[in-house]
Design a protein around this ligand. Structure first.
Ligand SMILES: C[S@@+](CC[C@H](N)C(=O)[O-])C[C@H]1O[C@@H](n2cnc3c(N)ncnc32)[C@H](O)[C@@H]1O
Length: 241
């Protein structure tokens, strides 16, 4: 269980709208191991039959996803993000540039998956955002998203993770220390203050055991830890229906 109380999604949205450039540099510097994790996602997606459909929740600009999908045939693609505006337009452009027929939608992803879909997707991806929700809302997320994944399809979750037996109070200083060590050069002291403040108030990871339990209770047949990186503080899980 994570400790503390997550902020409202509007506060998280404001952070990403105002600090998108700061987050972009974090991705570019690979502070959150985007490269390793999206390479692993690409490996998994390459094994699927071509022309799969894909829903990306909390897409941001979908830059890493678009690269991971390069050369693949995607029949239908929707990117959803609360930020809207230039971030979501960039997601549409990044995906379309790679030949992915992307539609975009501004929405809060928990509300979005709480409504039953007209058509479910083969693949649902969610990277670096589930940790913003409270534990009970993460459970509601799994209950909702299970309906958006076709039987036989999967949900790929890339996110911060609590190593087994570790609480958030222990995880937080380790995560901050790791970011400062890996990315020492990329931010000014003021920017580090923004980053540290966001993580301290908004990041509430869970363990792979907790996510596995939530997924199984929501009807997923299988939960697998695909890759752990960044001293075990980050990783990718795959949940199949
Ligand atoms: C850390 S970025 C991750 C972006 C991208 N998925 C990636 O892998 O780099 C978090 C993104 O999630 C969006 N976001 C955060 N909370 C959200 C929510 N509750 N509903 C929809 N989008 C959300 C933010 O606007 C931001 O674009």
């Amino acid at each position: 269980m994570s400790e503390g109380s997550p902020l409202k999604s509007e506060t998280v949205r404001q952070f990403f709208v105002s600090q998108w450039g700061v987050y972009e540099r974090m991705v570019k510097g690979n502070l959150l191991c985007h490269q390793e994790l999206f390479n692993a996602l690409r490996d998994d997606l390459l094994r699927l039959p071509t022309h799969f459909s894909l829903l990306d929740l909390a897409s941001g600009d979908a830059g890493s996803l678009a690269k991971a999908l390069a050369g693949m045939r995607v029949s239908r693609c929707m990117a959803v993000d609360l930020a809207g505006g230039p971030v979501l337009l960039a997601a549409r452009d990044n995906l379309r540039f790679r030949g992915i027929p992307a539609e975009v939608k501004q929405a809060e992803f928990l509300e979005f998956v709480s409504t039953p879909p007209k058509r479910a997707f083969d693949v649902v991806t969610l990277s670096y955002s589930l940790h913003h929700l409270a534990t009970a809302d993460k459970e509601r997320f799994f209950q909702g998203v299970a309906r958006w994944v076709k039987p036989g399809g999967g949900l790929w979750l890339i996110d911060e993770l609590l190593p087994a037996g570790m609480g958030r109070a222990e995880w937080l200083p380790l995560m901050l220390e790791r970011l400062h060590r890996v990315g020492a050069e990329i931010y000014s002291p003021e920017e580090w203050a923004e980053v540290d403040g966001h993580i301290t108030t908004s990041d509430f990871p869970e363990s792979v055991e907790t996510y596995g339990r939530m997924a199984r209770e929501a009807g997923f047949a299988n939960a697998a830890t695909r890759l752990l990186v960044g001293d075990g503080l980050l990783g990718m899980m795959r949940f199949t229906r």
